[in-house]
Design a protein. Structure first.
Length: 235
């Protein structure tokens, strides 16, 4: 039974790679930033980021965040619903970006042994996000998560304190998830300081490995420099 599941996952992995990246994936079996030119805006926007350090259990941490609201962009690179439409970005584009970041995590020796954790920042989520772009991104992530040979140990979801849309947001996010993923999802819906304290004490995810925009101490420019280095190296 376990061998059958492994074979099915491997088949799904190659089918997904071919669907997203075409014949070049069949030839190279690897993906570089050059293969993501049509969706570089997603990576530059920091919607999905691999953090530089592992948590206390030796697991790479990947931070996901929602698209920016119109007029509330954090940087000029932030994606809004309008920008996504203008650029013609779809589910496959978001899946390609997610694929690349997860494979970057898998380059670390600790990843295949310890798995990864997601931190999903959904503070200030709006009905527009839940109804429009949210399902597209969640579906794209699920397309990739289900076929990669790595273990997702936990998915920590951060919401604002007593967020009125908490239940709807979680239902939308998990509508694409398997039962196993749903069982490993943890909701944090208190004040940000309390959420960060809980992440550090109970789950070993400390502020020194999280980005500044979610209350951590990792410089906001870290990810941009990381992308530049990988582009220069042809990775």
């Amino acid at each position: 039974m376990r061998e059958d599941r492994a074979s099915q996952r491997m088949l799904s992995y190659f089918e997904t790679g071919l669907r997203l990246f075409g014949h070049s994936f069949y030839e190279k079996r690897t993906v570089t930033l050059e293969d993501l030119e049509d969706c570089s805006a997603i990576l530059d926007s920091r919607l999905v980021r691999l953090m530089p350090f592992e948590d206390d259990l030796g697991r790479p941490v990947i931070v996901l965040r929602k698209v920016a609201d119109e007029g509330d962009e954090y940087t000029t690179y932030d994606l809004t619903q309008e920008k996504i439409s203008q650029l013609g970005l779809n589910r496959n584009h978001f899946a390609k970006a997610h694929w690349y970041i997860l494979h970057a995590a898998m380059e670390r020796d600790c990843c295949l042994q310890n798995g990864i954790v997601f931190l999903v920042d959904l503070r200030n989520i709006t009905p527009q996000h839940i109804l429009k772009v949210g399902p597209v991104i969640a579906g794209a992530s699920a397309d990739v998560d289900c076929c990669l040979p790595l273990k997702i140990r936990a998915r920590h979801i951060i919401l604002g304190h007593n967020h009125s849309l908490a239940r709807v947001a979680i239902q939308a996010l998990l509508s694409f998830a398997t039962l196993a993923v749903e069982e490993r999802s943890v909701l944090h819906a208190r004040a940000l300081e309390d959420n960060l304290e809980e992440l550090g004490i109970r789950y070993g995810i400390n502020v020194n490995i999280l980005p500044a925009d979610v209350g951590g101490t990792v410089d906001a420019e870290y990810f941009a420099h990381w992308l530049e280095e990988r582009r220069a190296a042809g990775i």
